[in-house]
Design a protein around this ligand. Sequence first.
Ligand code: DX5
Ligand code: ZN
Length: 219
Amino acid sequence: MILAPSILSADFLHLEREIELINQSEADWFHLDVMDGVFVPNISIGFPVLKAIAKIAAKPLDAHLMIVEPEKFIFQFRDLGVYSLNVHYEACLHLNSTIAKIKAAGMKAAVTLNPHTPVELLEDILDELDMVLIMSVNPGFGGQSFIPQSIDKILRLKEIIRRKNLNTLIEVDGGINLETGKQVVEAGADVLVAGNFLFRSNNPQAMITQMKQKINYKL
Ligand code: DX5
Ligand code: ZN
């Protein structure tokens, strides 16, 4: 299981300390949530802050674009050194072309689905994707409760991936804690995003270790 702490829940007054904490931890990736106030009812961080993070982040950057017209910014995310770029299915009119551009720019291409978007809509593009990100809350805010229906979506997506003999990763984002984390990994998730649960705990670094161990070794 790959664990990607979401910086959205970090203490922005002490961002350097928070990034170093993740660097020192057993977490695998950084999950960066970018919101434009149009695609989602919230605005998060933009390039000045992302650049500062990228400068000291020592693990792969997983960028989650909750913005309209994400294709406009592909090169800027590549220049930041982003490893995987997630664009929303609901924000891309020409998804095939956007995915091709992300891959041509040298990044892993991922498509994100809102809770109401069925996984079956990806049947004809799945071969092109490195990863699918299933939103298990409505995007826009950290700290929301996990939507249980997400489990069924993960099971159905895993089945399609198996049938097509692909190795597309399944990432799950929203309301992930020890309990929901276990459930989604059992259903077939490969990558877990966790924000509030990690950063609001007394010892985020220890919680990261605990999460990885408990879920990986089914403790
Ligand atoms: C929500 C973001 C998530 C969020 C997850 O729109 O995409 O990445 O930060 O936070 P938690 O784990 O608190 O639900
Ligand atoms: Zn996210």
